[in-house]
Design a binder for this molecule. Structure first.
Ligand code: UDP
Length: 495
């Protein structure tokens, strides 16, 4: 339901933004929404109902957007009851993905079309919707835009290197790189241009693995990737300095491509250059959390020495088995470094009582030099002076946030693009190490010690350089800033 707010008649275009309803996608697309609002564009942001209630009850989105008279939320149903959350109650990613796709197709898709073709926007003071920016995983919105004869922009929230692999999928099959056997995991993949020298079978997106045969994710990704060809334009949350050669290849498929990332950096740059009082009154954190942020960790960080803490978080959908959970805990404690660990309440598969079996010494050691929360204000944490490293699942938002903050990474990828991202972090950008498929206490301890000790200098040199490049890309003469101006022009022409 739209929130009532006095709307001023506006000569500006009216863009409708529709994210896939999961945390990482909502975060980055809300950043885009705010960026467009700062540029004076009218924006309607469509959430699924359950996520929307969570966002409003937990986050700071209301105060963040109440200052933009051209901004409105709308909601569409998601097939979840009031007490359900999209990721709770699942014990495998397969079931989680299957359920999400099913509800999206059967419940959200028809409601989204109905919202757009109904009279809902006919009397809107901001004018009718003139352009739809849809998540690359919700391609049905492209069809609705075509029906309304307005342009559609597909926003891919994953890395360009991963999208490029998706686009090359038919070539992988044609050249015999796919399918592959479990014993081939370390074989090099030859049919993805730019990646021939370092991309192994194990670095392909997780749904490509033989162990994931019949996973609904692969069909879904292939369908959505070919669907996205019909979009009028594409947005990618990345920047030229790290992915230019890949973006050049992608333009042969998607000529109208705008690389405008890192969006968190672009948003901060626009906020600080904005002359209105909007920017100065905004909170530092720009995430829109579906979980309650525990800010006590910031006080704990304030008491720790500079660059001494490893921040540990595996994002919003990774599932960790009880065995992995114990291995990670031992590895962290044995590394002797301080750590701040986000343990999402619904994430680990430990059964009740299992925690109590874990040796008392682990709990004691954690009290001494560790701190645990259910959910953290991640961007603020990564930019805190006490944080010296990030033990991450390599989700693309987390990777970009770490890059912008200049924090080196130990990567433990779980699903989707994370396997590719972690390979790029370790082999191409060289700002971290990849722990892929190797979760045991010795490896965790070794990699954390290396990141915080022996390899720190070489990692930091490049991490600082990448952070500078990221900031430069969103400054006035930077590539992402220029691309964003071109995107604005495209959107303005759509009116
Ligand atoms: N995040 C957060 N607090 C946490 C953990 C994660 O705010 O305790 C945010 C993080 O900053 C990022 C998003 O959640 O913007 C996770 O997105 P990502 O693409 O990294 O991973 P996903 O959750 O999609 O696997």
């Amino acid at each position: 339901m739209a929130e009532s707010k006095p709307l001023i008649p506006s000569p500006q275009p009216h863009v409708l933004i529709f994210p896939f309803p999961i945390q990482g996608h909502i975060n980055s697309m809300l950043k885009l929404a705010e960026i467009l609002c700062i540029s004076g564009i009218n924006v309607t942001f469509v959430n699924t109902q359950q996520n929307h209630s969570r966002l409003l009850s937990l986050g700071n989105v209301q105060s963040r957007f109440s200052q933009f008279s051209g901004f409105c939320f709308e909601t569409v149903p998601d097939g979840l009851s009031d007490d359900q959350h999209h990721s709770s109650g699942f014990t495998s990613h397969r079931d989680f993905v299957k359920d999400g796709i099913h509800r999206m197709h059967n419940v959200t898709r028809p409601a989204f079309r109905e919202l757009l073709i109904s009279d809902r926007f006919k009397l809107d003071a901001r004018g009718q919707v003139s352009c739809i920016i849809t998540d690359g995983m919700s391609g049905f919105a492209i069809d609705v835009a075509q029906e309304l004869e307005i342009p559609s922009i597909s926003f891919r929230t994953v890395s360009a290197c991963c999208i490029w692999i998706y686009l090359c999928f038919p070539k992988l099959v044609e050249n015999g790189d796919m399918p592959f056997k479990v014993e081939d995991m370390d074989r090099l993949i030859r049919s993805v241009p730019e990646m021939e020298s370092f991309l192994r079978c194990r670095d392909l997106p997780s749904f490509f693995r033989p162990t994931e045969a019949n996973h609904p994710g692969l069909d879904f990704i292939n369908r959505e990737t070919s669907h996205s060809m019909r979009a009028t334009a594409h947005i990618v949350n990345t920047f030229d300095d790290i992915e230019a050669p890949i973006l050049a290849h992608m333009r042969s498929y998607w000529p109208n491509l705008y690389a405008i990332g890192p969006l968190n950096a672009l948003l901060n740059a626009l906020r600080s250059s904005s002359t209105t009082k909007v920017s100065s009154s905004l909170p530092v954190s720009s995430n829109a959390s579906l979980y309650a942020e525990d800010r006590s960790c910031m006080t704990w960080l304030d008491e720790q020495p500079e660059k001494s803490v490893v921040y540990v978080s595996f994002g919003s959908i990774a599932m960790v088995s009880p065995e992995q959970w114990v291995e990670i805990w031992y590895g962290l404690v044995n590394s002797s470094h301080r750590f701040l660990w986000v343990r999402r309440p619904d994430w680990n598969l430990a059964k009740d009582g299992q925690e109590s079996q874990i040796q008392a010494e682990l709990v004691e050691a954690t009290k001494e030099r560790g701190y645990m929360v259910n959910w953290a204000p991640q961007e603020e944490v990564l930019n805190h002076p006490a944080v010296g490293g990030f033990f991450t699942h390599s989700g693309w938002n987390s990777t970009l946030e770490s890059m912008v903050a200049g924090v080196p990474m130990v990567c433990w990828p779980h699903l989707g693009d994370q396997q590719v991202n972690s390979r790029y972090v370790s082999e191409v950008w060289k700002i971290g190490m990849d722990m892929k498929d190797n979760c045991n206490r010795l490896t965790v301890e070794k990699l954390i010690r290396e990141m915080m000790g022996a390899k720190r200098e070489e990692l930091m040199k490049l991490a600082v350089k990448v952070a500078e490049m990221a900031r430069k890309s969103v400054s006035h003469d930077g590539s992402s800033y220029r691309n964003y101006q071109a995107l604005l022009e495209f959107i303005r022409k759509s009116r």
